[in-house]
Design a binder for this molecule. Structure first.
Ligand code: G6P
Length: 608
């Protein structure tokens, strides 16, 4: 949700800023801009649309400078216009911002009374004017920033440069991610490491409330009380290959195909060391033994991972489990059993609603918290007692794919560990689950091999305006995920229902124009699902059945069947996710939509 990059060097930093913004585009992509300090002046270029358009404008204007900041935007306050794009400038002070300033109206009135004129509808412009106001009062750039942030409420990551001080940039973090890249005689600021990985792997993650001053030769960090602090320098292991497309047409396609590897990496520790509580942290055993139930909190695709886990946790581990959308939970007087483990699931680890739900759960007295996350050092795992990192690698396509299936793999590990601790999983069952996990990457690969058949289905979906997804039990959340993927990237209206609910409403929608996808592998509910399918056929609905070899479906008029090669027991939801991802991807391709950057969406949602 908005990406920030900054650089100070002895070389021209414009290519660094542009490259960084391209890598940050997944965070927001409705407008982009850079500001550079060039011979005692601040020059700025902004454009609505993608970074590439802004890059062309910067090249045409001959931008070249050794200090600059850049921003890629996902609009919140103020529409998508050039005037609302960042950087915002106030009398030679240029500033980029990720987050939302809640008291911007009050600040705006104050600044107007001081004579400041506003050119945009953004909350960000008040910060630029406040900075200038304090600089005019005698502060230097760092002091002005430290004074400014104390007047702001809300969330921010900020980077600021000024024409008065051409040898440094300053930055601040509260509620939104920000790190400093440490180079040789050059330093950087970025929302995430992907933006600067070509320049350096050495990074300092700022803590909440930190401010920092960054010059070519030094980085000085200050805590929320403006006291100098030492923050560790980490060496990032993000690989450049994971940030590049390689032979693929889209990141989503690449990430779908990376799933066998991503799952294998995520389950590596359990395959090597068994279902041990240490998978969730060195001291996890005591906490996991202490719990009486599980409360899962998440948003979007991660929420569907949680819904799947509920079936596992209750059936296999015998643990009561509730799953709730984080943005709902955080505003409700929820019943809190302090012994219920709070499990947050977040690919990015920075989704604001999930973070706030976690804080709220703690305030309600929950004693133990566990984060399942794909981004090391991100805010949610850092605020959690126990952590399990999925090892999906960088996920860049806005629609989540490999993050989801690796979350499921991690949640399955949690299930078996809890089942063991509670005496619900015998050593024989444990060995069996381990064997099933071992085979999972291979089964996912087999499902990927179905791509040509799914692509043929997608041609038929491309001309539809609605679709219905049905599943039961463990596969109902996968139906939800299939519908979400399809609507996110192809813009086809799609809904998912538990198949048994069909007759209570959605059946009224079914006719020959409504394709109905049914996820129906061989499980205890198969016969029930078959009856539900009859209800669709009887109304002329066309069925697209995703199943496995054991379920003995046959094709007939209006009934199309694709089979995964074999039944994989309780891990079946993971395998059946692959075809619904591919269906969405190929339908979007056929419709010509922007697969990796669907309209109105962003990957990382750090606002309410
Ligand atoms: C956004 C993304 C989704 C993601 C959701 C939750 O809406 O577009 O793909 O599922 O946020 O994100 P998280 O990082 O918390 O898993």
């Amino acid at each position: 949700m908005c990406g920030i990059v900054g650089a100070i060097a002895d070389r021209d930093v414009v290519p660094v800023l542009i490259e960084g913004l391209k890598r940050l585009e997944y965070r927001g992509y409705d407008s982009a801009g850079i500001a550079v300090v060039d011979q005692q002046d601040v020059r700025r270029v902004r454009r609505t649309g993608r970074v590439a358009e802004m890059e062309g404008a910067a090249a045409a204007e001959g931008f070249n400078a050794s200090l600059g900041i850049g921003h890629t935007r996902w609009a919140t306050h103020g529409g998508v216009t050039e005037a609302n794009a960042h950087p915002h400038i106030s009398h030679g002070v240029a500033l980029v911002h990720n987050g939302i300033i809640e008291n911007h109206e009050e600040q705006r009135e104050k600044l107007r009374a001081l004579g400041y004129v506003f050119e945009s509808q953004t909350d960000t412009e008040v910060i630029a004017h406040l900075m200038h106001h304090h600089l005019k009062g005698g502060d230097d750039l760092l002091a002005a920033l430290q004074r400014t942030v104390k007047e702001l409420t809300g969330a921010y990551a900020l980077a600021v440069v000024s024409r008065q001080e051409p040898d440094r940039m300053v930055c601040a973090r509260m509620g939104c991610p920000l790190l400093i890249g440490v180079g040789e005689g050059e330093n950087f600021i970025a929302s995430d490491v992907s933006a600067i990985i070509q320049a350096t792997r050495r990074v300092i993650f700022l803590e909440e409330g930190d401010t920092a001053e960054v010059t070519r030769a030094s980085v000085k960090v200050f805590d929320g009380k403006d006291q100098p602090v030492q923050r560790d320098v980490h060496v990032s292991d993000v690989s450049l290959a994971s940030l590049e497309l390689g032979p693929y047409r889209h990141f989503m396609q690449k990430e779908i195909h990376e799933q066998p590897r991503a799952i294998a990496d995520t389950i590596e520790a359990v395959v090597d060391g068994g279902f041990s509580p240490t998978l969730f942290g060195a001291n996890a055993e005591a906490a996991l033994k202490d719990i009486e139930g599980v409360q899962i909190l998440a948003c979007g695709t991660s929420y569907y991972a949680g819904m799947t886990a509920r079936y596992w946790l209750e059936a296999i581990a015998g643990v009561p489990c509730n799953v709730e959308i984080a943005s709902e939970y955080r505003y409700r007087a929820a019943y809190a059993n302090p012994k219920h483990l709070i499990v947050t699931i977040s690919q990015s680890g920075e989704t604001l609603d999930t973070m706030e739900a976690l804080k709220y759960a703690k305030s309600l007295g929950h004693e133990h918290t566990l984060s399942i996350c794909n981004v090391p050092e991100s805010a949610i795992p850092r605020a959690s007692e126990l952590v399990c990192y999925t090892r999906a690698g960088a996920e860049i396509g806005v629609a989540s794919t490999k993050a989801f299936t690796t979350q499921l793999a991690a949640l399955f590990q949690l299930t078996v560990v809890l089942g063991k601790l509670r005496g619900k999983v015998t050593p024989e069952q444990e060995a069996d689950y381990l064997e099933q996990l071992r085979h999972l990457p291979g089964s996912v690969q087999h499902a990927l091999n179905l791509e040509p058949q799914i692509a043929a289905w997608a041609e038929r979906f491309a001309s539809k305006s609605d679709a219905l997804f049905l599943g039961r039990g463990l596969h109902y959340p996968i139906a939800l995920e299939g519908a979400l993927k399809l609507k996110e990237i192809s813009y086809i209206h799609a809904e998912a229902y538990p198949a048994g609910e069909l007759k209570h409403g959605p059946l009224a929608l079914v006719d020959a124009d409504m394709p109905v996808v049914v996820i129906a592998p061989n499980d205890v509910l198969l016969e029930k699902v078959k009856s539900n399918m009859q209800e669709v056929r009887a109304r002329g609905g066309e069925l697209f059945v995703l199943t496995d070899q054991d379920s003995h479906f046959s094709e007939s008029e209006g009934v199309h069947v694709i089979r995964t090669p074999r039944h994989v027991g309780v891990l079946s939801p993971i395998v059946h996710t692959i075809p619904v991802q591919l269906l969405a991807y190929h339908t979007a391709l056929a419709r010509g939509t922007d697969v990796d950057k669907p309209r109105n969406l962003a990957k990382s949602v750090t606002v309410e």
